[in-house]
Design a protein around this ligand. Structure first.
Ligand code: SAH
Length: 253
């Protein structure tokens, strides 16, 4: 059996209890070494084979899974954050389907959640934004038509931009082309939840210079939107006058 496990954003204690239990019982761990905190490997049992997928191809990863499956051993495929976000797990699942190998997924704390924790903000504020757009700049991996940064910026919703810390000048242009004002607040969150986490506040038109001044060119998320500074409306959920399924509002007859 193969278990795709979300490692969480970095801090070793941000993996789920289920994920940790699987790491402790795995016969083989294949982890994404470019981003997964190696501290998590301390949970591996003695004799567990540990492979870093950073230098492996899909074919090599699948071959290692098949090898252990053939001897009835259990593999954990450890992906950073949550495996469903830019995890390249689907292509592995399809190969496992072809080989008739069973697998299951354990979610993880995505870095976009750790970034919100780092800036101590809520992405979804009444009157500001009720949506979070998770996206990336087009780089060597293309982005389909109508899914470019400018298309999404046109909504004015909260944006979390992955995999783009090296493309910030272009990102500034695209965000503004889509409709964000130059002065829209933004934050660069580097290595959220790691010991060397860094948060830099800036605006849409100062992303590149802020990253350069702080030596950030990778492992960062770009947060954009007025959730960082705007005047929001109070929630209905905790409004004394509002009645809902679990509470009678004060003004209710
Ligand atoms: N599955 C992961 C994302 C993998 S893509 C998740 O759910 O978080 C890799 C990109 O994620 C990086 O280029 C960076 O943009 C972002 N990232 C991953 N971990 C991060 C962290 N701790 N802090 C900031 N950004 C991070």
């Amino acid at each position: 059996m193969i278990h795709f496990v979300g490692a969480g954003p970095g801090a070793a204690d941000l993996i789920t209890v289920r994920g940790k239990t699987l790491l402790e019982t795995a016969d083989q761990i294949i982890y994404a070494g470019s981003l997964v905190n190696p501290d998590l490997l301390q949970y591996a049992k003695a004799g567990c084979r540990i492979l870093d997928s950073a230098s492996m191809t899909l074919e090599e990863v699948i071959a290692a899974m098949k090898e252990y499956e053939a001897k009835g051993a259990m593999t954990v495929r450890l992906h950073t954050g949550d495996p469903s976000i830019y995890g390249a797990i689907r292509e592995q699942m399809d190969e496992l389907d072809k080989a008739g190998i069973a697998y299951a997924c354990v979610p993880g704390v995505s870095s976009f959640c750790a970034a919100a924790a780092a800036v101590q903000k809520e992405y979804t504020l009444p009157g500001i934004s009720q949506s979070v757009i998770i996206t990336r700049m087009e780089g060597r991996t293309g982005v389909p038509e109508h899914q470019k940064i400018a298309d999404y910026a046109a909504h004015g919703a909260t944006m979390v931009i992955f995999l783009s810390a090296g493309l910030l000048e272009k990102l500034e242009t695209e965000l503004q082309r889509g409709g964000y004002a130059a002065a829209t607040p933004a934050a660069i969150v580097y290595k959220a939840s790691w010991p060397d986490e860094k948060v830099c506040y800036c605006t849409v038109d100062t992303l590149a210079q802020t990253a350069a001044a702080n030596g950030i060119s990778r492992t960062a998320l770009i947060l954009v939107g007025h959730f960082l500074d705007g005047a929001y409306e109070r929630s209905r959920l905790y409004d004394p006058a509002f009645t809902h399924g679990y509470r009678q509002g004060k003004d209710a007859k």
